[in-house]
Design a protein around this ligand. Structure first.
Ligand SMILES: Nc1ncnc2c1ncn2[C@@H]1O[C@H](COP(=O)(O)OP(=O)(O)OP(=O)(O)O)[C@@H](O)[C@H]1O
Length: 228
């Protein structure tokens, strides 16, 4: 059986010191398999962004282990973490952060070119992703010429460009109306299945969360299964 793409084992994360300490995660455990979409639903301040940042190696826990594609990360230095993050993790934010002066296609090709992919191969991969996400006909448009839902689907394509094993999304539809949210979430779910990535998606939208393979929440510093 293939190894899970993302594993958090007894992860601790707190902020501050002394009587001002905020214990966000205490012995948190989570496993996300290849092709599995896990929705993370929890109240504001519960630690959703913290969990995503830790999973994406943007922050380090004070205790526990985070494994990406079976590689333990607690003993990696900054360089090793950055390399592993760049080669295995794709991040989608609430706001797309697309580069305004570049077309949709160029925005998706950019991370591939930085990773050393040839321009022809990068454009081919970008077009495949844009088609998969239903925005192929918008490839030559700049972000300002696209709707919010289209911009977000381009951002998802960009996050998936370098074949990430783990896709992390922090409120990816938080800025969109319900109908557009539905389209964007569906496109993201389709992409995750197609690419066989492991996905952890924080969302306040329970209707969307129900479409995930599994829903989890944060309680008392633990990750627990959640029935909506
Ligand atoms: N760098 C930091 N320094 C101190 N406290 C922090 C830091 N980052 C997060 N926190 C605190 O940790 C807790 C969890 O924050 P986090 O942003 O992970 O929550 P969240 O569930 O994503 O919230 P929201 O839904 O509002 O974005 C909060 O109480 C927050 O104030």
């Amino acid at each position: 059986m293939s190894k899970p793409h993302l594993v958090l084992r007894d992860v601790h994360r707190h902020y501050g010191q002394g009587d001002k300490v905020i214990r966000v995660l205490e012995a948190a455990n989570l496993t996300v398999q290849s092709g599995e979409l896990v929705a993370l639903v929890a109240p504001s301040g519960a630690g959703k962004s913290t969990l995503l940042h830790l999973s994406g190696l943007l922050e380090s826990p004070q205790g526990g282990e985070i494994e990406i594609i079976g590689i333990p990360t607690s003993k990696l230095g900054d360089r090793g973490r950055t390399q592993l993050r760049r080669s295995t993790v794709g991040y989608v934010y609430q706001f797309h952060h697309l580069l305004p002066e570049f077309t949709a296609l160029e925005n998706v090709s950019m991370p591939q070119l930085i990773a050393g992919v040839s321009p022809a191969d990068a454009d081919k991969r970008s077009m495949e992703l844009l088609d998969l996400l239903g925005v192929g006909p918008r490839a030559s448009h700049r972000p300002a010429e696209l709707s919010g839902g289209e911009q977000q689907r381009i951002a998802i394509a960009r996050a998936a460009a370098n074949h990430p094993k783990v896709i992390l999304a922090d409120e990816p539809t938080g800025n969109l109306d319900p109908e557009t949210s539905d389209i964007v979430f569906g496109a993201l779910a389709n992409l995750i299945k197609n690419e066989g990535a492991a996905a952890l998606i924080a969302t306040h939208n329970h209707d969307l969360a129900r479409r995930a393979d599994r829903v989890v929440t944060l309680k008392g510093g633990l990750v627990v299964d959640h029935i909506l």
